[in-house]
Design a protein around this ligand. Sequence first.
Ligand code: ME8
Length: 652
Amino acid sequence: MNKYYVTTPIYYPSDKLHIGHTYCTVAADTLARYHRLRGEEVMFLTGTDEHGQKIEDKAKEAGVTPKEFVDHIVEGPRGVLDLWKLMNVSNDRFIRTTDGYHVESVQKIFKQMYENGDIYKGTYKGKYCKPCESFWTESQLADGKCPDCGREVQDAEEEAYFFRLSKYADRVRKLLEDTDFLQPRSRVNEMVKNFIEPGLEDLCVSRTSFSWGIPVDFDPGHVVYVWVDALSNYITALGYLNNTYHDYDKWWPADAHIVGKEIVRFHSIIWPAMLMSLNLPLPKHVFGHGWLLLDGGKMSKSKGNVADPYILAEQFGVDALRFFLMRTFPFGSDGNFSNELLIQTINTDLANDLGNLVSRTTAMVGKYFKDTLPEEHQYRAEMDDDLKTLVSELRKQYENAMDAFAPHTALAEIFKVIQRANKYIDENAPWKLSKNPDDAPRLACVLYNLLETARVCGILLTPFMPESMEKLLTQIGAGDGARTWESAAHWGELPENVTVQRGDILFPRIDMDAALQALEDAKQAALREASGIEVEPQLEEKVDFDTFCKSDFRVVKVKSCEAVKKSAKLLKFILDDGTGVDRQILSGIHAWYEPEDLIGKTLIAIVNLPPRKMMGLESNGMLISAIHTEKGEEALHLLMVDDAIPAGAKLC
Ligand code: ME8
């Protein structure tokens, strides 16, 4: 049986994952599912890359240990594991670089490279990009900044271990230029021009300035450079130099590492060189995909423009989101993400083209044949051959595209066929055929051809939309034998007298305006939740207008303010309310304001409440504040208005 080992990058759990990360994992998942569909045995690995200074710093900021910090993002609610479960990601293994077996293996890997002379001790002088955790030489900087992310770099100098990357320059260059190891081909030119031609320098592979990493066991104080730690995951997760797993020999070398373009350098230069040093076989392919951009720029938490895959999946459905990601953006290129594009794609491809094909066809089988087609069909070569040929050739084209890491092309081929099938409905006008009982065999043939088309497309779409395609195949009456990879290459696998099972609409049409508004509301709710802010729910009970108008709200100016003796909460205000007579109001807000800070402020008070006594003092009215809770604590803000508004002005 053929085997296929595919990986995603392991994610930095420094922030929540966004739609860009989801893109990469869904692509790898689709590949894994495609190979399983073909009957191959698959190992699909993903995980998290949990060491490094950035995580140490973030944990400190949050007041927790680095392990507590990463545990929360990986295992906590709406964390990495939850997201992959929600997205129906079918990984066979999940590695965390803080797992004991990985730590043990990395220490052994480092030692092996030290003992074979490929790692040596020296002094590191250069530039370091903290967010990317990357070292750069002067010549590699772009306008003095990190060539990957464009941010400022820092001077760095410390005793460190170095990996003899330079020694492997020629072999790596040959690997890149003479084989199809790195794809798409355009990335080869980038790597050779930007990194190999300027001369590969030895790589600094240990740090002493922070401690959140895997210790170099023979030299305490040094921790292993995060990229050596992270890249090793692809073999430690199989049991290389540890006893937790035992299938290194079975799976290595990997068939494909799917990675984003900014980390192609690590996967296509450093990783092969490390493997050469360890004398291990090289992975067969590295594919560097493009970025999903938002408003033309990279998604980042700091820019506040992160698209939340949870919100999108909850609103539009997991399969629709998975499909959109693979259908819209050519896999090797950058693409602009937008909610509008997502909704349009769902409406055009899924609701209109695919959804309609299935619902119209099954509805017609229901209406004209009570769900079961008759055995007798009337084939008409000239009308049917075009569709039949397209469908029969589809699997081959799909396979070529999938094998060339072009899922978007595979989908384009499928949708050409779906569109052709919808045209075939109009050409054959089943509603006209249904009028004449003599046309029943022809009508049966037309509907059968449509069901067959939906069947083949449904099978080939399964890696992209596993749950919905299972429903589709059930609705069109495909038994187990008519759902296989094998059967997708053959026309006529459904029985002539197939019975459909009409069901729910697979992909409901989305109302653009309502969906955009709902997304905005969900985003605001998520922001409030993340910030720990809660506000009281609005009152259901209505107040009639006349009653409301009886409340007299006025602008007031604070003439004096002092704390009430023996009260922890109360402040006593003397206010100018525009009448020429001072007004005294007591307010329990000392927890939030010091009296001297409020003198001279312009506030809002309701002035026609009956007088009330507190701590022996009379209060004539109430100052208006806004309240909410933040991280469980009540917060209060006095309503302050423009000082230009005169005392006594009435609110209406
Ligand atoms: O790089 N569009 O982790 P990471 C497309 N820990 N892909 C994107 C993206 C976007 N907007 N944003 C991020 C790391 N990605 C390392 C990997 S592997 C040994 C170590 C992709 O969490 C990005 O390109 O920063 C990368 O492939 C993946 O998400 C993980 O990024």
